[in-house]
Structure formats: structure tokens, C-alpha cells
Design a protein around this ligand. Structure first.
Ligand SMILES: C[S@@+](CC[C@H](N)C(=O)[O-])C[C@H]1O[C@@H](n2cnc3c(N)ncnc32)[C@H](O)[C@@H]1O
Length: 308
């Protein structure tokens, strides 16, 4: 379907102006509260809240472990003994790692009490993993630099203050420690994009409660450098997440074409859960290997010191 038609469907069902009216608002807590049901039902019954990595171009749930498995390889290569996951959700990645690596100690941190409670329940009986509630923009500095490796899957996009976040992470990383990030980034300023792509990008960001939009990589580099951190490696995984975006688009298209009438849908389902359909419909136009407005990257960031 041409992008203009997709935008027309979004306008009819949700009102583009109404959705964009939420631009810049901090809706993270409310969104995840409302969307929990949908994540479990549609995305992953095991509590994964990120894109699958599918290098062969076909959607496969096994790819939900792609990020954690590559973190496992980094832990093995660096001999990390204490690992912190930021924005861990209900613990999907860290629980998998903690089961596979019993000699490594894992800590998961999430903003939402509800996520932390669910993660703790799933971790019952495991001795090498704990979960804490808090913001990654304000990691307790008194705890000191205690982690060899920090990782974050599709959550730092929610940060409001990149400088605070970078200092916060730098404060808990040991010298020579590493931060691994999987997330989306804008490939170009909105002003440089065609109007329809720019509008679709903004709608997708609002639907995913990325209040300040996916920042471009240079903005991250500046914040990281200000905290004494340095990007060491960058992997472009955009083609690997395309199958997830295409799957979500198929589901969203069904919703837009055949689903509940807007009145019924609005009456029975919370609005931020429903708005996932906006991101689902639009993402494949944006997260594209060539000419898209968003890409999906794996960053390896280092803190100078002993083993960097
Ligand atoms: C898309 S989910 C990803 C969850 C998990 N990383 C995964 O891969 O399944 C983003 C998570 O980031 C969390 N989050 C958002 N802002 C946060 C903050 N300031 N501090 C800690 N967690 C945050 C949300 O509560 C949510 O659980």
C-alpha cells in the first residue's frame, strides 16, 4: 500500500493531529501499563518486548534471543562478572543470560514497578539475578563503578536527558567496562525528509512513546563523549529487524482494514495499546535498509581504563 494511503487510514482511525498532539509528552509509564496485555498476546508470551533479529529475512521468534545471545558472546569474550541490564522490562534478556551463565551476576533495572515485580517472580529460585526499580537516567552514584558490562535493548530511546543518562551509565561502569545498546536512530533530521516520511516518523515515535524522537547517532556520540565514554563499534541490524516490522504491519493492516470499528475499539481497548497499530502500519516505510528515516543499530561503547 502506498504511504499516502497508510497515512490516510491512520488519519481516519486515530486523527493524525490528535496523535501528534501527544508529541513531547512523557507517556512511558502509562503506555507500558496499557500495552502489557498486547505485548504478551501479540508480541511474545515469554515477555520479550523488542524486535527479533532474523538474519535470513523470515520472521522467527527464535530471533528474540538474538540480542541476549550477542551480549552472552561479549560477556564470554571480556570475562565480565557483573552485568547490568537497563530498561529490562519483565526480564526476558537477563533471565535467559542468567540461566545460561550461572557464574555471572546479573542485575536488571526498570522504571515500572509492575515490570520489576513480574521479573522477580520469574527469577524465583535463581541465585545470580536481582531486579531493581529505578530510572537509567539516575543510577545511584553511591553504588560506585561496579559493573563490567551494561546493556540496553530498545529502551534508551525513552531517555529525556542524554547527558544525564551518559553520566549515569559512566558512573556504574568499571574502567575498561562496556555498554552495549540495541536501539533505533534517526538517519536524517526531520527537515531533510520528504513530508510524508517525516509525518510517518513522528507518528511512529509518538505511538512508541519516544517523547523526543529517536535521536541521531551524533547526538549520542556527543553525550557519551561528555561523560568520558566512546563508541567503539557500530553494527547496522536494520535488515535483521525488517521481518518483525513486516509481521507487525500485517497485523496492523488487519486491524485497520477489518478490525473493530474505531468507536468499539476505543470503548474496549486503551488508547496507547491501540496506537501500537499506527507504529505497526508505518514502520516498514521507515526502518528500511535504503532511504529510510530510522535504522536499528548495535553500539558498543567503552569506558577508558584497564582493559579497553
Ligand atoms: C521496549 S521495552 C524493552 C524491554 C526489554 N529491554 C526487552 O528487551 O524486552 C522498554 C523498557 O524500558 C523501560 N524504561 C523506559 N524508560 C526508562 C527509564 N528512564 N529507566 C528505566 N527503564 C525505563 C520501560 O519500562 C520498558 O520496560
Amino acid at each position: 500500500m502506498p504511504l499516502a494511503r497508510a497515512l490516510g487510514l491512520v488519519d481516519t482511525r486515530f486523527g493524525i493531529a490528535r496523535v501528534l498532539g501527544d508529541e513531547g509528552r512523557d507517556l512511558v509509564t502509562e503506555y507500558y501499563r496499557q500495552a502489557a496485555f498486547g505485548f504478551r498476546q501479540v508480541h511474545s508470551r515469554d515477555g520479550c518486548m523488542h524486535m527479533a533479529l532474523n538474519p535470513d529475512g523470515q520472521f522467527d521468534r527464535a530471533g528474540y534471543l538474538g540480542q541476549a545471545d550477542s551480549v552472552a558472546a561479549e560477556i564470554a569474550a571480556t570475562g565480565a562478572g557483573r552485568v547490568l541490564e537497563l530498561g529490562c522490562g519483565v526480564g526476558f534478556n537477563s533471565l535467559h543470560l542468567a540461566r545460561a551463565m550461572p557464574d555471572v551476576e546479573f542485575v536488571g533495572l526498570d522504571l515500572l514497578k509492575r515490570h520489576v515485580t513480574e521479573a522477580r517472580q520469574a527469577a524465583r529460585g535463581m541465585g545470580n539475578i536481582t531486579f531493581r526499580q529505578g530510572s537509567f537516567e539516575a543510577l545511584a552514584p553511591e553504588a560506585g563503578a561496579q559493573f563490567d558490562l551494561v546493556f540496553a535493548v530498545e529502551c534508551l530511546c525513552h531517555a529525556r536527558d542524554l547527558d544525564a543518562l551518559a553520566h549515569s551509565v559512566a558512573g556504574v561502569l568499571r574502567p575498561g567496562g562496556r555498554l552495549i545498546v540495541y536501539d533505533g536512530y534517526r538517519t536524517a533530521p526531520l527537515e531533510a525528509l520528504p513530508d510524508d516520511i517525516a509525518t510517518a516518523t513522528r507518528l511512529t515515535e509518538v505511538a512508541m512513546v519516544v517523547a523526543d524522537g529517536f535521536r541521531p547517532l551524533p547526538a549520542w556520540d556527543t553525550a557519551l563523549a561528555g561523560a568520558g565514554l566512546k563508541r567503539l563499534a557500530t553494527g547496522d541490524l536494520t535488515p535483521q529487524v525488517r521481518p518483525t516490522t513486516q509481521r507487525l504491519q500485517r497485523l496492523a493492516t488487519k486491524f485497520f482494514m477489518e478490525g473493530l470499528t474505531p468507536a468499539l475499539a476505543r470503548a474496549f481497548l486503551p488508547q496507547y495499546l491501540l496506537r501500537n497499530a499506527v507504529a505497526g502500519l508505518l514502520m516498514p516505510y521507515l526502518i528500511a535498509p535504503e532511504g529510510g528515516s530510522l535504522n536499528y543499530l548495535r553500539l558498543v561503547v567503552g569506558k577508558p581504563g584497564a582493559s579497553t
